[in-house]
Ligand binder design. Structure first.
Ligand SMILES: Cc1cc2nc3c(=O)[nH]c(=O)nc-3n(C[C@H](O)[C@H](O)[C@H](O)COP(=O)(O)OP(=O)(O)OC[C@H]3O[C@@H](n4cnc5c(N)ncnc54)[C@H](O)[C@@H]3O)c2cc1C
Length: 400
């Protein structure tokens, strides 16, 4: 395996000059903060960014590894408005609007390519219902019949496809670069971001948050945000808090697409299959494979390569001799109902969840940060978050 151009764009590694933050002296941590955010992924860093925008000056982000080193920097970076239900669609539309704002303000590489969802004969009615739901919500989702699909995407083999739904606005962005830009912007607004700094405990006064413990001391704060991704449960457990988030591993493989025409295409997914791919000029990103049970390791599992290659080559036969240039894995935070966990833990005032972002967490992360910041600064979020309340799970809460 060699690292090609694709890995330069996607792989979760950092430029040498980015490592300047890595060695920051954690002994210069402040003794107090208005808000401490645990986790330097897209959720935590976005929270700090929007808290800064709201005028909260004393914000500290503590990341035990490096910014984006969890799931965020390992994500494929695709975003889609093709939601199955209306509340999800609203969340996705607003998420995309926040990313579009970040492109304008921070210069992220958000690039519209469109997303194509392929449906079989049995699924065709469901596809039409979905398009109708989008139309009712004012979100454009085109229905492409087979002839039009062939005409618009001539390099795609889709003989078995009865109908496709196409959302032209859907983009990708490079996750690591996005979160690093957000981190720089949060710092510019006054946030202190410390890498290599693990939070080891929560300090309480009665039921209320009083601070967090790190290796060599504590930071006093009335508000802690748990943005620890797949590690949210273990972060909360020592304080007796139960957060029903499971760690689920996911694989990414990259193919060298050099010489194929066209060199780029939409994000492609099949309704019935746990797989997607996206043809970019710098490589074909293929995402598949979720080993059963919980896993925290991020080693690529090559046994899944065929699960990624077979459906990709079926759709793009011209890629059958393409070289695999890269592979990696990451760990997503998954909740029992698939929705994020957002808001204050009722049993512990001052303990705010920004977690369980799951499969679309890179897309949703900046909006999650904005909503959590609104909750902290005004007590209300601008979107209805009742479906994502931390106490919606019977077992979530404090104590046994
Ligand atoms: C292979 C793969 C592909 C994906 N593709 C996409 C995609 O195309 N589009 C999309 O929208 N989403 C995608 N996702 C999902 C997305 O990456 C995640 O949902 C999202 O990045 C989660 O962000 P987060 O900030 O919640 O968590 P993370 O990015 O995991 O950040 C949590 C951070 O908390 C830190 N932490 C944990 N415990 C502590 C502690 N005690 N002290 C200090 N720090 C701590 C961790 O080190 C970590 O950096 C993908 C995920 C994977 C794994």
């Amino acid at each position: 395996m060699t690292g090609g151009a694709a890995s330069a764009a996607q792989k979760p590694t950092r430029d040498a000059d980015r490592d300047r933050h890595r060695g920051d002296d954690v002994s210069d941590l402040p003794e107090t903060a208005d808000v401490v955010v645990v986790g330097g992924g897209i959720a935590g860093v976005s929270t700090a960014f929007f808290l800064g925008e709201a005028g909260v000056r004393s914000v500290v982000v503590l990341e035990r590894g490096t910014i984006g080193g969890g799931a965020t920097g390992r994500a494929a970076g695709v975003m889609t408005l093709q939601a199955a239900r209306e509340p999800e669609l609203r969340f996705q539309v607003e998420s995309l609007a926040v990313h579009e704002r970040l492109r304008e303000e921070l210069g992220t590489d958000l690039t519209p390519v469109g997303s194509l969802l392929l449906w079989t004969v049995e699924e065709a009615d469901a596809a039409r219902r979905r398009a109708a739901m989008h139309e009712a919500a004012g979100v454009r989702l085109e229905i492409l019949e087979p002839d039009e699909l062939r005409y618009r995407f001539p390099d795609l083999t889709a003989d078995d496809v009865a109908v496709a739904t196409f959302s032209a606005r859907d983009p990708w962005a490079t996750p690591l670069a996005t979160v690093e830009r957000l981190a720089d912007a949060a710092r510019a607004r006054g946030a202190i971001i410390r890498e290599g700094c693990e939070v080891t405990g929560l300090e309480l006064e009665g039921e209320r948050v009083r601070g967090v413990a790190v290796r060599d001391g504590t930071i006093a704060t009335p508000t802690v945000v748990n943005a620890a991704g797949a590690w949210a449960r273990s972060l909360a457990a020592p304080a007796g808090l139960r957060i029903p988030v499971a760690a689920r591993k996911r694989q990414v493989f990259v193919l060298d697409a050099a010489g194929t025409d066209p060199a780029a295409g939409p994000f492609i997914e099949e309704e019935a299959r746990d797989f997607y791919c996206m043809k970019r000029p710098d490589g074909v990103i293929m995402v598949c494979g979720q080993p059963p049970g919980e896993a925290y390791d991020t080693a690529a599992e090559w046994g899944y390569l065929d699960d990624a290659l077979a459906p990709t080559i079926r759709r793009y036969p011209a890629l059958r001799h393409a070289r695999v240039t890269d592979a990696w894995a990451g760990v997503r935070a998954v909740t029992p109902d698939g929705g994020p966990i957002l808001g204050t833990m009722p049993a512990v005032p001052g303990y705010v969840m920004a977690g369980g972002l799951g499969a679309q967490g890179f897309a949703r992360g900046p909006l999650v940060g904005r909503l959590v910041s609104e909750l902290i600064t005004t007590g209300r979020a601008s979107l209805d978050l009742s479906a994502y309340r931390p106490d919606r799970f019977a077992r979530a809460g404090r104590g046994r």
